[in-house]
Design a protein around this ligand. Sequence first.
Ligand SMILES: *Cc1c(COP(=O)(O)O)cnc(C)c1O
Length: 511
Amino acid sequence: MSQVYRSTRSAAEQAITFEEAIITGLAKDGGLFIPSEIPQAPKDFLQAWENLSFEELAFEIMRLYIADKEISDADLRQLIEKSYSTFRAKDVTPLVKIDSKDNLHLLELFHGPTYAFKDVALQFVGNLFEYFLQRKNASKKEGEQRDIITVVGATSGDTGSAAIYGLRNKKDVSVIIMYPTGRVSPLQEEQMTTVTDDNIHTFSVKGTFDDCQSLVKEVFADVKFNDTYHVGAVNSINWARILAQMTYYFYSYFQLKKQVGTSDFHVKYVVPSGNFGDILAGFFAKEMGLPVDKLVVATNENNILHRFINSGKYDKVPVKVTYSPAMDICVSSNFERFLWYMIKKTDGGNDDLKTGEIMSNFMAELSSTKGEFNVSQETVQAARELLDSASVTNEETVATIKETYDSTSNKYILDPHSAVGITTCLKQIDAAQDAPNTHYISLSTAHPAKFSEVVNLALGGFEGYSFENDVLPAELKQLSTMPKKIRLIEHADLKTIEDAIVEELAKEKKA
Ligand SMILES: *Cc1c(COP(=O)(O)O)cnc(C)c1O
């Protein structure tokens, strides 16, 4: 097994170590890192892995993707233990029954510190960053410059807190998260700003989310600033995030097997998708050998993926604001990885270099004024063999939250992203010609407390419903009374931001 990584776009980068792929994030040619070979799960894994804990299973999977000369068995186990010790559920990601349909199961991914699925990946990524930095710095002499990373990111609300909780209190890592003043929900703002650790800095920026995002890009592009502060990102294209997410596909498969009490079943996974990171982990699990019938892409009205699967055309259109904001994207950054494998199987003629060339050309077309590319019929057909898709409206999202509450004996409350998944699932169950004993696992990506407006819109009319009592966990309730650390940025320009970053970092040092 090679356990090295290559870029999706060119020949230049093809023997990248796991550590380099994680720390640099993006290949120099603009491509994404993928494993040079997809490892296979051991022949007997359906038995051998069946009774492993979530952490043990994570170890077996990650071991296949990380050379042991890079991280030893003992260290990898420790990193995994530490990452999932912060979860509230013993199973980490429990599989629960939505009792309105016999074959519909919900995989709850929101039992981490910020109540969102991104914790599954970011808790691990934070520990991994710290591990690599500590190792580099261990050999440094007194007074020698230590290796550091300054993670700079922008958030429209939901993802910032998962990054902050993943990186809080990590040595040699500093975190700057910018969000638009007054445009994130009070709960989201509280989740970020009540983390008062020395290395965490939240900037409330007068402007829009786009302004924040442009500032982040400008900071990254400032070579001089970068040389000094080693600006890094933990965005959704980081390979470690995909890797960490593979565990729950395997784990839920075994949970389902126990629940149905036979190994004679079929399974489809339905995944609320934005940047295609979550479902991409399912693709790798399937390629490793997990017997999955189909992966179903559930999108909101930002449905570039759904359109692609129908037509083979990948075209940028302006982003719409929907009830499931964490899925409001105009292009899906991780889709490039999946597409690479589809091209390789077809027009790429199983040749890595040719596949990379085709990909580079597509991406150039996408970023040109044309703003789109078309793949061949063979390539889109290869994608269709693995993926189904649906696009879900705001009205359908609200209706599903209502119906689920109304039709389940425990009055189950979905968040709007998970409701996009369940809506897709219900469409599929009714329409698909499924093999007998087909089960659906629909991924639940956030706790409903994080999206109070939509949940209240859906459930406000039910007698006896109360957000405070039925939805909001005590842990989140108390945030409003806790001390906050926020820096207000009045002028959204590069100099102001960089000066503020330098000031914050200086405060942090040996405080
Ligand atoms: C990020 C996110 C998604 C989308 O996941 P991708 O990996 O970007 O496809 C869905 N739901 C919630 C709540 C999220 O935070």
